[in-house]
Design a protein around this ligand. Structure first.
Ligand code: GLN
Length: 476
């Protein structure tokens, strides 16, 4: 019996715990049993927290929305006293001295943390191949990537090693792995969830959100972590619109730019059939245009690296993380040497590539030509959405142009890797909320691989896409 508890949804587990059908300890043990079975092959975790078993016993079940339920946390979100390495060598031994606002809120709601999950280094990547600790495998086909950068969290949820997880999304890192692993991922509105205690990648784009088995579970977790935080001045409370919008009569915008060249025909078929089902259920489908979205990837790859280069300047061998100052082998002879050697040793290729790109576009003489120009185009991308939302309630389309790819397929070609975020980055640039949910499967080499449908909502209207998502789960 306890072996299957790990496959429950958060809502089901909460119900079972409250009726004392099983204990939190049994639930945690079921997850660890699955970890013992699957983890050697999948490598979703950087560190399972075995001490959680004892916490499960000590913590009394209470009214908290997550009471007694085990979660996995992406390795760039701080849990006091635990290592948070952001998938990087440079933070290999960095222990968090405080809880992120999200972890504190989850802890207060009764959650248990059963491990920290693997990710692309500093959340830069789409496959977990950029992790300094080796890649995570896709539970549907271990020769394929789980997506990234929150690939560990998505694989852990998809394989039943935990009931839910947190990820972070800067350009697609919750939605793309959720899509590749056949689970639900919610990227909240920028500012709907506090970033205190999230190791920063690109501060004007980063947001923390849930990765779960069902849309209802994503809603439960989002309701715990969301809200204004005095420690993060960019936060605001989400509107609870209570619009009671159902699929019937809902105006759904389908951007023509998301169905053109580059979208795999089989993926297109799955997404079109999901949209058709919504139409049959009474939705009004409207073709819309997001004319500036064709510049989204270029704009993202100017703004994001600029912010990365500023944020990662703090890893200098003095203030955080590992340092060559104390290494005999790499003896540094000057302060500059400490910086240079620490960073050369501690960062991987992709991180270095982006720091260099960002430093270049921010440099005197190029700032206006690149960074400032990109900010202006970012505004136009956002305005496309403002215009679209005058006509429609939500926007629907594919999360990614294709299903999970094979290891090595894109690792040596950064641009082809970047293209897997073509439908997600514009939404980060605009700061909108978006949900990726399983819409069906395509078959490759005799294996079924999941396809994700993306639903984009108006700013701070997560409740609309969540309620539509829940209804859609029933009819898909
Ligand atoms: N894959 C994208 C990138 O490499 C997005 C990453 C993210 O959302 N953290 O930048």
């Amino acid at each position: 019996m306890s072996q299957e508890l790990n496959n429950l949804t958060i809502a089901e587990a909460r119900e079972g715990l409250s009726q004392k059908k099983f204990s939190s300890r049994e639930l945690v043990e079921a997850c660890f049993a699955e970890i013992h079975k699957r983890e050697p092959e999948l490598h979703a975790f950087l560190e399972p927290f075995f001490h959680t078993k004892h916490q499960a016993e000590e913590k009394e079940f209470n009214e908290g929305a997550l009471s007694g339920i085990p979660f996995a946390i992406k390795d760039n979100i701080l849990i006091k006293g635990q290592v948070a390495s952001a998938g990087s060598k440079i933070l290999e031994n960095y222990k968090a001295s405080y809880d992120a606002t999200v972890t504190k809120k989850m802890w207060d709601a009764g959650a248990l943390f059963i491990g920290r999950t693997n990710m692309d280094e500093f959340a830069m990547g789409s496959s977990t191949e950029n992790s300094a600790y080796g890649p995570t495998k896709n539970p549907y086909d271990v020769s394929r990537v789980p997506g990234g950068s929150s690939g560990g969290s998505a694989a852990a949820v998809a394989s039943g090693m935990c009931l839910g997880a947190l990820g972070s999304d800067t350009g697609g890192s919750i939605r793309q792995p959720a899509s590749f692993c056949g689970v639900v991922g919610l990227k909240p509105t920028y500012g709907a969830v506090s970033r205190l205690g999230l190791i920063a990648m690109a501060s004007s784009l980063d947001v923390i959100g849930p990765i779960t088995k069902t849309v209802e579970d994503a809603e439960i977790l989002f309701n715990v972590i969301r809200g204004r935080d005095s420690f993060d001045s960019t936060t605001a409370d989400s509107r609870i619109t209570n619009k009671e919008l159902g699929i019937k009569g809902l105006k759904i915008g389908v951007p023509k730019e998301y169905f053109g060249e580059g979208l795999h025909p089989e993926v297109k078929k799955v997404i079109e059939s999901a949209i058709k089902k919504m139409e049959e259920a009474g939705a009004i489908i409207k073709e819309i245009s997001l004319p500036h979205s064709k510049y989204a990837l270029e704009v993202y790859y100017i703004i994001m690296p600029a912010e990365v280069s500023a944020n990662l300047a703090r890893f200098d061998g003095i203030r955080y993380g590992s340092s060559v100052a104390t290494s005999y082998k790499l003896q540094a002879t000057s302060l500059y040497d400490v910086y240079a050697k620490t960073r050369a040793e501690g960062f991987g290729h992709e991180v270095k590539r982006r720091v260099m790109l960002g430093t270049y576009t921010l440099s005197h003489g190029y700032y206006d030509a690149y960074y400032l120009k990109a900010q202006k185009v970012r505004r136009l991308i956002r305005d496309d959405f403002v215009k679209a939302f005058e006509e429609v309630d939500i926007i629907a389309g594919p999360t990614t142009p294709d299903v999970a790819f094979r290891f090595g397929e894109k690792a040596n070609d950064p641009v082809s890797m970047y293209l897997s975020d073509i439908y997600t980055v514009a939404i980060n640039l605009a700061g909108l909320p978006a949900l990726s949910m399983p819409a069906g499967f395509v078959e490759r080499d005799g294996k079924k691989l999941p396809v994700g449908l993306q639903l984009v909502g108006k700013w701070f209207e997560e409740d609309v896409i969540l309620s539509i998502g829940k209804e859609l789960e029933e009819i898909l």
